[in-house]
Design a protein. Structure first.
Length: 118
């Protein structure tokens, strides 16, 4: 099994920055894909950013140029640097990882709250 723990969420003013971190523990090899989803109140969960072992990083349109995803496979970690935050970024942010062939299993963290407000 795989356990994911996120950290780095909190309250920030518009225009500010936060860095989310997610560490994986358990039994696994290097993950194929690591990334972040978010879910705002009364909205569906949406992909924010993902990074895989063989493709460039992918970003949701509204965060392009403001957010940067990175991973450190030696530490089993994935990060999300969030700059120029706006109130619309307020959501619970969930880390996820996906194994590669043959299982392609997906695992989720418990979520961390990000609130952008004055």
């Amino acid at each position: 099994q795989v356990q994911l723990v996120e950290s780095g969420g909190g309250l920030v003013q518009p225009g500010g920055s936060l860095r989310l971190s997610c560490v994986a523990s358990g039994s696994f090899d290097t993950f194929h894909t690591m990334g972040w989803y978010r879910q705002a109140p009364k909205k569906q969960r949406e992909l924010v950013a993902s990074i895989s072992s063989d493709d460039p990083a992918v970003y949701e349109d509204s965060v392009k140029g403001r957010f940067t995803i990175s991973r450190d496979d030696a530490k089993n970690m994935v990060y999300l640097q969030m700059n120029s935050l706006i109130p619309e970024d307020t959501a619970v942010y969930y880390c996820y990882v996906r194994r590669g062939f043959p299982t392609w299993s997906k695992y989720w963290g418990q979520g961390t709250q990000v609130t952008v407000s004055l």
